[in-house]
Ligand binder design. Structure first.
Ligand code: MG
Length: 272
C-alpha cells in the first residue's frame, strides 16, 4: 500500500446543505472528513462483507475450473495482493480520521504491529487453494523494510504459504529487476514456473500492466476492452478508501489541499 494517497472522496460529508466548497473556511474543509463514509462503509456495511464473500466464492469456482482444465502439468498458482485483499488495514485508515495520523506518520507503525485481520472469505479461500495444491503468491507493494512484519502478520492470521518463497515485496530481488510499483515483472517471474489461474486484488494494477494507464478515460477503456476477464481470471475487490483511481480525479496533480481537491472533483461530477 506504499502508493496510498490521502483519500478525499465522498464529497458531501463535509458540505452543509446549500454551501459551496468555496464558502467553507479552510479549517473546516481541509480535513479528512470526506474520507469518513468510505472507511465507515468498509468497516460497517454488510454489503462490503457480501462483496468479499462473493469475490472469493467466484474465485473458488474459477480455481476448480482451472484445476479441471490443467493438463500441462505445470503447477497452478494464484496471485493475490495483500492490502485490502487479504489484510484489512481499515483501522489504520480510521486512525487517519480520528487521531490525525497521516500515511507518512502512521503506516510504518501500523505495519510493524502485524495486527491486521483477514478480510471476509480470504482465509477460507487461501486454505482451500492449499488443499487443492495451488500455490498462493502474495505480491505486494509493501517495501522490503516491511517484509518481516508483513510475513508475521500473514502468519498471525493463519494464511498458508506465508513464507519467504511466496511473499513478493516491492523490491524483491529474486522476483524483480527493480524497485517498481508495477507488479508486472513480478507476475512474469511467477509465470515462469507456474500456471497463473487467478489474480485477486482491490486495484486494477494488481491484474495487468494494461490497466496502469489511468490517463485514458480514467482507465475505463482498458476495463471495457477486457471485460470478459473480470470474474474469470481477474477477481476484483471493493476499496472506496484509496487507490490508483484517485489520481485522474485531480488530474494527476500532487500537493493539493483537501479544499482544492474537493473543488476539482465537484466540478467533474456528472449531473445530467
Ligand atoms: Mg491492495
Amino acid at each position: 500500500m506504499k502508493c496510498i494517497l490521502i483519500p478525499f472522496i465522498l464529497l458531501t460529508a463535509v458540505l452543509a446543505k446549500g454551501q459551496t466548497a468555496q464558502s467553507l473556511p479552510e479549517t473546516q474543509s481541509n480535513t479528512n472528513d470526506k474520507f469518513l463514509m468510505a472507511v465507515a462503509w468498509y468497516q460497517y456495511s454488510a454489503e462490503m462483507e457480501a462483496l468479499y464473500y462473493q469475490a472469493f466464492n467466484i474465485a473458488t469456482l474459477r480455481l476448480d475450473e482451472a484445476l479441471a482444465a490443467d493438463t500441462a502439468g505445470k503447477p497452478l498458482a494464484i496471485i493475490v495482493d495483500i492490502d485490502e485483499t487479504m489484510l484489512n488495514n481499515s483501522p489504520f485508515e480510521a486512525a487517519i480520521l480520528n487521531n490525525g495520523e497521516t500515511f507518512q506518520s502512521g503506516w510504518s507503525s501500523w505495519v510493524a504491529g502485524s495486527n491486521a485481520k483477514a478480510l471476509p472469505g480470504a482465509l477460507e479461500f487461501a486454505k482451500y487453494a492449499q488443499s487443492r495444491k495451488a500455490d498462493i503468491f502474495y505480491i505486494t507493494n509493501r517495501t522490503d523494510l516491511e517484509r518481516a512484519a508483513t510475513l508475521k502478520n500473514l502468519q498471525n492470521v493463519g494464511y498458508p504459504f506465508a513464507d519467504d518463497n511466496h511473499l513478493v515485496t516491492r523490491g524483491d530481488q529474486s522476483f524483480s529487476n527493480g524497485n517498481t510499483s508495477s507488479k508486472e515483472g513480478r507476475r512474469i517471474k511467477v509465470a515462469e514456473k507456474y500456471e497463473i489461474a487467478l489474480l485477486i486484488g482491490d486495484n486494477l494494477n494488481d491484474f495487468s500492466v494494461i490497466f496502469e494507464d489511468r490517463e485514458t478515460n480514467n482507465g475505463k477503456d482498458a476495463v471495457g476492452q477486457n471485460r470478459l476477464l473480470f470474474g474469470k481470471k481477474f477477481i476484483v475487490l471493493p476499496n472506496p478508501m484509496y487507490g490508483a483511481w484517485e489520481k485522474p480525479l485531480v488530474n494527476f496533480r500532487e500537493g493539493l489541499s483537501e479544499a482544492e481537491k474537493t473543488n476539482i472533483i465537484k466540478a467533474k461530477l456528472v449531473v445530467n
